[in-house]
Design a protein around this ligand. Structure first.
Ligand code: CDP
Length: 211
């Protein structure tokens, strides 16, 4: 069974995807980490994120980069949204994500284009959303816990900028797939969001999740 979880920054998609993976005993891939690793590599090599050729060169990143805490920073999130708009960057990361999705038994993937591009044939698709202010509040708390001193207003502005960039790019923009179930987590606790996500998946695949 393949489960696709898409949505904007700090919508709760990562937490929900991880919980679904645990519930159904499936492997999970946070595809945002791949774009963040490209971004961190661009920065480390002092390349230009706006130049497609530079960003493509960084797609061959060292696997150890995926565990680097720098990937969580707001700066790398912004850079990731710049490098991810290049069609050749998306193409370079496509096969790796599709291999993960199609492994025997299935998988849960979260990102921006899982239900539309990476796994359009997924058994269940969720599109997770929340208001920009609520997402900014969550991300601000998360960044503070990692020692960041960014103001709430700056985090909100960054979230709005990233939403705009991710939704308006021509290569695999952030859009809800026509057959994705919508899950608005604005006023839901993590537990409630996860329960609702499981219920939505079961609506598609039945209670056993056996498909
Ligand atoms: O956790 P958060 O939603 O803040 O970010 P992320 O999922 O780690 O993604 C970082 C950036 O990578 C996003 O703003 C997108 O521009 C890009 N991305 C993408 O284009 N496609 C994906 N499947 C996942 C992330």
């Amino acid at each position: 069974m393949i489960i696709a979880v898409d949505g904007p920054a700090a919508s709760g998609k990562g937490t929900i995807a991880k919980a679904l993976a645990r519930h159904y005993r499936l492997p999970h891939l946070d595809t945002g980490l791949l774009y963040r690793a490209v971004a961190a590599t661009v920065r480390r090599l002092d390349l230009d994120p706006a130049r497609e050729a530079d960003a493509v060169a960084a797609c061959d990143f060292d696997e150890l980069t995926l565990a680097d805490p720098v990937l969580r920073t707001d700066e790398i999130g912004q850079l990731a949204s710049i490098v991810s708009a290049h069609p050749l960057v998306r193409a370079a990361l496509l096969r790796r994500q599709q291999r993960f999705a199609r492994q025997p038994g299935g998988a849960v993937l979260d990102g921006r284009d899982i239900g539309t591009v990476i796994a359009p044939d997924a058994d269940a698709k969720l599109f997770v959303k929340a208001t920009p202010r609520i997402r900014a509040r969550r991300r601000h708390t998360e960044l503070q816990a990692h020692g960041s001193t960014l103001s709430f207003d700056k985090v909100l502005a960054d979230i709005r900028a990233r939403d705009e960039r991710d939704s308006s790019r021509s290569a695999a923009p952030l859009v809800r797939a026509a057959d994705a179930a919508l899950l608005d987590t604005s006023f839901l606790s993590i537990e409630m969001s996860v329960q609702k996500a499981i219920a939505l998946v079961e609506e598609r695949v039945g209670p056993s999740g056996d498909r």
